[in-house]
Design a protein around this ligand. Sequence first.
Ligand SMILES: C[S@@+](CC[C@H](N)C(=O)[O-])C[C@H]1O[C@@H](n2cnc3c(N)ncnc32)[C@H](O)[C@@H]1O
Length: 510
Amino acid sequence: MENCAVCGIESKQKCSGCNLVFYCSRDHQVADWKNGHKTNCKCYDISSNNILGRYMVAKRDIKPGEIILREKPIVIGPKTISNVMCLGCHQLLNVNYYKCSKCTWPLCGKSCETSEYHVDECKLMSSKNFKSSIKEVGKLESSYCVIVPLRVIFMRKNQPKMYQQFSKLVSHIDRRISTKLYDVLRANLVPFILNFLQIPDLTENEILEIAGILDTNCFEVLLTSKKVKARGIYYETAMMAHECIPNTKHFVDENYEMKVFATQMIKKGEMILTSYSHPLKTTLERRLAINLAKCFDCVCPRCIDATEKNTFSSSIKCSTCKDGVLTSCDPLTNLSEWQCIKCEHKVSGAKIIQLTSEIRKSLDHLNKRSVVECENFIKSYKKFLPDSSVFMMDVKYALCMLYGNVDGYFFRDLSPDQIQRKLDLCNQLLSELSILEPGISNSFLNTKFELNVAEILKIKSQFKPNNETSKLIEIHMERITETYNLLRVASDGKALIDNRYKKIKEESSL
Ligand SMILES: C[S@@+](CC[C@H](N)C(=O)[O-])C[C@H]1O[C@@H](n2cnc3c(N)ncnc32)[C@H](O)[C@@H]1O
């Protein structure tokens, strides 16, 4: 029993937000909320050290699936280089887009001329007689690089407190300033804001600092159902430090609200971590991308371990003994030699980089909607890549989703061999994902969902309906429902999941 935070008497009820403060009654809870608990009601603290800067730490044990925080962006808009998009609602546009009648930037329609995101920039640009040079869709446009910095500059004037918060974020400008991208920004973004828009009381350094903060801290805002592909600053979310095997996942909902949830148990005092990269990239790829985008060298437990927790997910098969796999002799040095764990044959780092970049290119061009192409990829690369390679896992994940869900491979079309193939792929993937993306990540849940789908299809294809098979199907259906409920919490594409769930429910009751 704890004491009520307001009157001190013994109380059982605790705040369901932070689980840390107790109240004797609803009235005292409401009073405390108004009195300041609203801003303190968090399950995390922000700490800092010399290496990470600020980072998030759990104030109490956080269970898998628990929402750690929700927040709206302090600024949102197009990426530095973007496909043609509406500056009002941020959806990608097709050929017949509308041009703002005042500033001529592409919009989805007249209604977005007065969108809260667009009005300030529209007023300023039209007063300067700006004409957008964007002509065609399907091309990446660099002129979008001015929009988010401009929105931050408006924040500086209209919401000074928020801007103060924004300016405390890291920019790594010292490292960025000598890059090609910042040469381009200095030559285009800076004169546009200072000379063309003539915004007063602003220097070149301040503009580049804003760009640096955006590049270091923005999250991708991806809403597949609404065709939105933008970036935004989520202040609290940005406090999470990086590890390549994180303990959280996040997604942005249709109101641009960020939700961060725990994928594993996070014990009191442990860091709350996100990944700035992708789990299905090799160590070299992840470390290079993080260095470029976030300006630090990752030395997390996955990166320093050449075997990546015995998954060998960045490894290449040894062409000498054909039995072992090659791992880097020093995973923190890009050009380090690689050596076979069985025959000790050595290969230069340059050769490994060349081979993996060729495989990456081939994967980037692969049509992941085609079962045949995905199966062919696996066949062709089997001689170079172990089953647990990130490239293989990527394609296997696509296949797990394709069997049963696409034209020519719907439930009724699958042969017993194809059902078994789906089952094997799901099982292989789950054992690897449980190490590289443990807990309730989207890919783990989707694979688990599809594994139980395959189990039901197998039972139905092998046995005549009877009490025993009905019971087995029921067990798998229960597991599917459990996974479906978690998936609905953990992702934004709810319609797609609902559809998959409806289909298997119908199939299992036939
Ligand atoms: C999105 S910010 C995180 C918040 C930031 N630490 C702050 O104080 O505002 C990303 C930056 O945090 C630091 N950081 C995060 N994770 C790190 C890690 N694992 N190792 C080193 N630096 C890290 C790097 O400076 C990185 O560019």
